[in-house]
Design a protein around this ligand. Sequence first.
Ligand SMILES: Nc1ncnc2c1ncn2[C@@H]1O[C@H](COP(=O)(O)OP(=O)(O)O)[C@@H](O)[C@H]1O
Ligand SMILES: Nc1ccn([C@@H]2O[C@H](COP(=O)(O)O)[C@@H](O)[C@H]2O)c(=O)n1
Length: 496
Amino acid sequence: MLPTTQGAPTHKNHILTSHGRPPWYGPDGLPIHNAFVIGIAGGSASGKTYVAEKIIQSLQSLPSILILSQDSFYKKHNEQELALAFSNEYDFDHPSSIDMELFAQCLKDLKEYKQTHIPIYSFVHHQRLPETKYLYGASVIIVEGIMTLLDPALRDLYDLKIFVQCDSDLMLARRLRRDIQQRGRSVDDVLKQYLRFVKPAFDNFVGPSAKYADVIIPGAANTVAIDLVVNHIRRKLAERHASFRSELSRAQPAIEQGWDAEVSKWPGVVLLRQTPQLKGIHTILRDETTSREDFIFFADRLATLVVECGMDLLPYVPHSVQTPTDAIAHGLKLTAHVCGVSIIRAGGPLQAGLQRVLRDVPLGALLIQSDPSTGEPLLLHTSLPCYILHREQAKDTWVFLLDSQIGTGAAALMAIRVLLDHGVQEEHIIFLTFLISQQGGPNVLRKAFPGVRIVTSAVDELLLMAWSDVDWETGERRRVWKIVPGMGHIGDRYYL
Ligand SMILES: Nc1ncnc2c1ncn2[C@@H]1O[C@H](COP(=O)(O)OP(=O)(O)O)[C@@H](O)[C@H]1O
Ligand SMILES: Nc1ccn([C@@H]2O[C@H](COP(=O)(O)O)[C@@H](O)[C@H]2O)c(=O)n1
């Protein structure tokens, strides 16, 4: 029987705090920087986690931050090693106990803003658990652990290296309390392990790695040192600020590069056939006097038409069936994994349309909203369908990306970047929308991601800048862009 400690956590959490992630790529869709990575080393119970948490608290208003613990990367133990661990004979403080290769690979993925899956380790069971933890999207990553400055591959990934220097008596006292309270150990166990493994490892490996640190922080009374580090991080993050929504709104067709002036004639843009029926629906949706009930009814009809058109872009394979008249009919069958991801809220009407057409389609959502102070998009939440949550499967999956209109293209650019970061192929992304503008967004998207197809029911001529109503919280107005003649704010008209 594996031991348990009532109420005690079996593993450290990978804390992720998020206050919105500003663009990490340029108008061409390519990443402009990597995540900022801070490595924190120091003896066991020196205060590494404490320092990491204080940094997070001080950066509250800044982008999403993740703490990645070295403990997650303890190797999986066989029966013999487990027996040693439970009799307190296993050396968890030797560098060979950590899967440094996996550690560096996961950190590299996260630094490059790709999705990753990290192991979950249990101190109570001395074992890696069968499940893994999906991580994605941190702009700042704090890596902490006794051996985080030892490995050269890891060191190469840090933008800032910190060593927490703490008095050895204080470390032992803290460790005794923690291991008894949280890790299910006895006093004798802790002292035996400390004298046999922890102390020698500190003297031989951990302590000497301080020479790689950019900053040494004391293990107690360290508020001033932490403040200095936080100011440095703030400065570095401020240098990365990207601001280009206005630039996106001005994008015109690259006629000199052979692009037709009319967006609907570009390869990759599929405009629904402008039948009288479709024009009738558009007229009702464009009419400001249309009641909410009618708006919902006709938006739902339009969503079905757009989705049906997008379905033609999926791959089908020949498939023969026997008919009730005993004949063979040669037809087609959809074999691809298909899922839908809506940009909320305005992608909602199209999501309902997708569900009507493809029963049981896995769905996800991206919450992208404008930063009230800068007008730039912020990624506030990602919840992606299971097909995309593993790179191997993501590359074979087709994604319908859903939003009711593409204006500047800022939200669309961010959403596509998220899908690519997860390993979805550009050619497998089909953007379904009611309305695009001739200027702005579609030009940006075609240039940045020529493989992405856009299916739209209408193309309007203008994209105009306007000022929003006064924000009741900040008392300020912000710049907004409107497609003209357009249909107004489709999300508001559908949901409010
Ligand atoms: N500067 C500090 N002031 C007060 N308590 C601290 C300080 N640093 C660490 N501690 C306490 O010491 C214990 C061990 O710290 P922790 O950060 O978990 O160590 P580590 O992550 O290095 O193993 C915790 O209970 C923590 O609250
Ligand atoms: N099954 C395990 C694995 C590791 N340890 C000890 O944890 C220490 C590192 O964690 P800190 O939070 O203190 O940095 C390390 O010194 C190992 O001895 C363990 O006791 N059991």
